[in-house]
Design a binder for this molecule. Structure first.
Ligand code: PEP
Length: 252
């Protein structure tokens, strides 16, 4: 059996955060100094704050990620941001295929895969999101949907070093509803098996599989204790230092 990957707790600030809000990050940095968690910690601020966040976390153990990118490295795409630009601003990872991007911008698996390829080309880690909607879950299709998203979104060059998978049931994102530990165990086991089939020998067992969907300090330890859960992608609860620290504390 492969050694369990080092967990990652990543905070997705979504479209939240101004320079004046960075006090919460300063509190987190101070807390991290004393807490020494046994997981990696990452903040994915809006693109406008990446370089500010990078300056603040330099010297701490906190890494910086971005929330999406264009599939091309440069060109005539007004308003878009490429993976090399995000790297230049200080990001070491980029989320691809978050359900809000899949819904709001109609991003397909093919586009998500092209973004992940761009992220890899830039030498960054792709955090590829998959997850079923409430209707798909009700219809008993959760595993089928997740399998199709993995197959369609995972680039052929994906390895455990350049790729993280985030399982985020859409019905649990920002709703306060959390998947049960049994639900999470079933889907994460399935993802692990699928990764074994889709990736080069030995890689699938080493890829970090994060759970995301209303993770809070109150449920973090239980969820992080589930087999094949290697950390969390956290939305709302990553905005306040105290809440995010409560989640990281699952690994203290
Ligand atoms: C997310 O946006 O990735 C997420 C999991 O959000 P929340 O924690 O707010 O449900």
């Amino acid at each position: 059996m492969a050694k369990a990957p080092k967990p990652l707790i990543a905070g997705n600030w979504k479209m939240n955060g101004l320079q004046r809000d960075l006090g919460e990050l300063r509190k987190l940095i101070a807390w991290m100094r004393g807490a020494s968690p046994s997981c990696d910690v990452m903040i994915c601020p809006p693109a406008t704050l990446i370089s500010d966040v990078k300056s603040l976390v330099t010297g701490s153990r906190i890494k910086v990620g971005a929330q999406t990118c264009h599939a091309q490295d440069s060109g005539a795409h007004t308003g878009d941001i490429s993976a090399p630009m995000l790297k230049n601003a200080g990001a070491s990872a980029v989320i691809a295929g978050h359900s809000e991007r899949r819904a709001d911008h109609k991003e397909s698996d093919k586009q998500v895969r092209a973004q992940a390829e761009a992220i890899h080309r830039a030498g960054l880690t792709a955090i590829i999101c998959v997850g079923e909607t409430a209707g798909e879950r009700k219809a008993g299709k959760a595993l089928k949907i997740v399998s199709a998203q993995l197959k369609g979104s995972l680039p052929s060059g994906a390895t455990a070093r350049n790729t993280v998978i985030a399982y985020e049931p859409v019905w649990a994102i920002g709703t306060g509803l959390t998947a049960t530990p049994e639900d999470v165990a079933r889907v994460h086991r399935h993802i692990r098996t699928r990764l074994g089939a889709l990736m080069p020998a030995g890689e699938g067992g080493k890829v970090r599989i994060l759970y995301g969907g209303s993770v809070k300090p109150e449920n973090a330890a239980t969820l992080m204790g589930v087999a094949n859960v290697d950390g969390a992608l956290v939305g709302g609860a990553s905005l306040k230092a105290k809440d995010f620290q409560g989640i990281i504390s699952a690994y203290v």
